[in-house]
Design a protein around this ligand. Structure first.
Ligand SMILES: Nc1ncnc2c1ncn2[C@@H]1O[C@H](COP(=O)(O)OP(=O)(O)O)[C@@H](O)[C@H]1O
Ligand SMILES: [Mg+2]
Length: 272
């Protein structure tokens, strides 16, 4: 079996917006670079949105990005990438200025260009780990290549009783077809974000959707929310008050992801 040179992890929530994908993606880009002692690349695919993952890492996203490359208007992948101002071992590709109505490209075409993009960026940035921040309702020329090429899929949802139903939909529509029909081996982690005290049993009800992976609960943290609003990576601030439990949850996710990435890189978990 061929060992992968890098591992990609998509942050995904199906059609549900505002669940914390970009928040977690940006913060985990930093903690994963520290944990893996490796360069990490975050690809922000936030089409039609506020490009929060790029901004949170200090990268001004008003420039050509991943989508300009996918539609073929840019051919040099290195033009798209810059280093986070917070940690120079984190590289960021912003989404670019393309809107979804301009994305007149087939899934086949974008798939080929996507594979070329991530391979050339992994080479030029020396990254072992790629984080792919998807928007809610991502158009299929973005979504399908990102999901198919990610060995790890982190499904980020609200810590809420309805998340079980959102997960069932995601599992039926995207995860099961990849695992059972296409026979890809995927690790699916479920993150239940913005948890409030007193709502028990959500973790237990979604456990069956975390294929080969884990379920995490991240607390609602007003301090983290303040820092996110100010576009600063919360993980780099002193763990006072509600930020302490937020940071502990990020740490737990980091530890598990690190284990999963190392297992994939050494070939002790196979991927199709
Ligand atoms: N654990 C948390 N505690 C408090 N607020 C959070 C938390 N996670 C995310 N948020 C807030 O939720 C909103 C949506 O987050 P964002 O990461 O942009 O979601 P998505 O990328 O899934 O659309 C933001 O206002 C952010 O500040
Ligand atoms: Mg987002």
């Amino acid at each position: 079996m061929l060992r992968p040179r890098f591992v990609a992890a998509a942050f995904f929530s199906g059609s549900k917006g505002g669940t914390g994908k970009s928040t977690l993606a940006a913060n985990l880009a930093i903690t994963m670079s520290q944990a893996l002692k490796s360069n990490v690349l975050l690809i922000d695919l936030g089409i039609d949105s506020s490009q929060t993952a790029s901004r949170t890492l200090g990268v001004v996203p008003e420039r050509a990005g991943a989508l300009d490359f996918l539609i073929g208007s840019i051919n040099d992948a290195n033009q798209l990438v810059s280093r986070s101002t917070y940690l120079p071992t984190v590289f960021v590709v912003p989404p670019g200025n393309i809107r979804s109505y301009q994305l007149a490209i087939s899934v086949n075409e974008s798939f080929n260009r996507w594979v070329y993009l991530i391979n050339s960026l992994v080479m030029s940035t020396g990254s072992q780990f790629i984080i792919i921040d998807l928007p809610a309702n991502a158009p299929t020329p973005i979504l399908i290549p990102a999901l198919v090429t990610s060995q790890i899929i982190n499904v980020i949802l609200d810590h809420a009783n309805y998340s079980e139903y959102v997960l069932r939909e995601i599992d039926d529509t995207y995860i099961q077809p990849m695992i059972t029909q296409l026979r890809y081996r995927k690790i699916v982690n479920v993150v239940l974000n913005k948890a409030l005290p007193g709502l028990d049993g959500v973790e237990a009800r979604v456990r069956g959707f975390a294929h080969n992976g884990d379920v995490f609960t991240v607390p609602m943290s007003p301090i983290a929310q303040y820092l996110i609003a100010a576009m600063k990576p919360a993980i780099l601030f002193e763990p006072k008050g509600s930020l302490a439990s937020f940071k502990r949850a990020i740490e737990a996710i980091t530890n598990t992801l690190t284990r999963q990435v190392k297992a994939l890189l050494t070939g002790s978990i196979g991927t199709a």
